[in-house]
Design a protein around this ligand. Structure first.
Ligand code: BDR
Ligand code: CA
Length: 313
């Protein structure tokens, strides 16, 4: 099975992604590393421990960065995910504790221990991942792949007309991650906004798999309500679980290659700028950047079926 480390700010859709990964025998989740984003890093760590208890095997939790590298922290997304990150359901906390090792040190240690084998799956702001590159530049050459949820290549943003929330959370970190010499797969709003999970789907999951599904159904209520109230759509976007779907079946997606940079200041801060790779002459200054993969289209129903089947198991 494929070894992954999930870097996360749980978060309702993070919860869906993590439980989906834990239920997938093709994947081995070595650890959850936490980061600020939807909630504080303290709350994210509390939540990751709750999620780790839903897995059938031991998944340790490592606390990560509390603030962005350079940018002033943005407010937490309590209006999307609730004050507790799980839609204000006040789920009982885990008896387990986070490990003493930091998220950054855990990632560096594991990647060196399993060279070429580990896939990083970031589901929040990219601060931990950029700190890893800063502290241990050799890591870029040792990671199998970075499959992240974030950005918007052609779709509009969700926290500004051009910026997606995870990238906006730490644009400097995101720019470091996209321009590092390692293979990145960007799964952003271009695809995640095309897949909606509805209240009915959650009810079916809860009926088939009450042990995990009842928690997920309750957590999704507030989140689905947010989409209804703010965007007038009946269902929540399947952001973070799309990364796990990609790991299980990349053929669900249509991919473009190109170089990606992130705007770190000004009106367009947080924008993921894609220079398409098929151009014969690269834009000046972009020649030496690595070509990354960007998911542009998705078979929505097939992705939804995969998500719901893994959550119902
Ligand atoms: C991303 O932002 C967070 O609110 C979600 O958990 C997801 O990772 C979507 O823009
Ligand atoms: Ca997230």
């Amino acid at each position: 099975s494929r070894k992954i480390i999930i870097d996360t700010d749980p978060g309702v859709d993070d919860a869906l992604a993590i439980i989906m990964a834990a239920n997938s025998p093709e994947l081995e989740v070595l650890g959850l590393t936490t980061v600020f984003g939807n909630v504080s890093v303290e709350q994210a760590t509390t939540n990751a421990l709750i999620l780790s208890d839903f897995a059938s095997y031991d998944i340790p939790v490592y606390k990560g960065e509390a603030v962005p590298m350079t940018r002033t922290p943005a407010p937490y997304a309590d209006f999307v995910h609730g004050d507790d990150g799980f839609g204000n359901i006040n789920w009982p906390v885990s008896n387990k504790q986070a490990q003493n090792q930091s998220a950054v040190d855990f990632i560096i240690e594991q990647v060196r221990k399993h060279p070429g084998e580990i896939t990083l799956v970031p589901l929040g702001p990219l601060t931990n991942i950029a700190r890893v590159l800063e502290k241990a530049p050799d890591i870029a050459g040792l990671v199998k792949e970075v499959v992240l949820m974030g950005g918007a290549a052609r779709h509009c943003g969700n926290v500004s007309p051009v910026a997606e929330a995870n990238i906006m959370g730490d644009p400097h970190a995101a720019d470091k991650v996209f321009t590092a010499d390692w293979p990145v797969v960007m799964i952003g709003l271009d695809v995640t906004s095309q897949v909606l999970l509805k209240q009915d789907d959650m009810q079916k999951i809860a009926d088939k798999n009450p042990q995990q599904g009842e928690f997920l159904r309750q957590a999704c209520d507030f989140y689905i309500d947010f989409y209804q109230q703010t965007l007038g759509i009946a269902g929540c976007m399947v952001h973070d679980p799309s990364t796990i779907a990609y790991l299980l079946d990349p053929t669900l997606f249509e991919i473009e290659e190109g170089r990606i940079r992130v705007v770190t200041e000004g009106l367009a801060v947080g924008q993921t700028t894609l220079a398409p790779g098929h151009r014969h002459f690269p834009y000046p200054g972009w020649e030496n950047l690595p070509q990354q993969k960007v998911c542009m289209k998705v078979r929505s129903q097939a992705l939804l079926d995969l998500v719901t089947s893994r959550l119902s198991a």
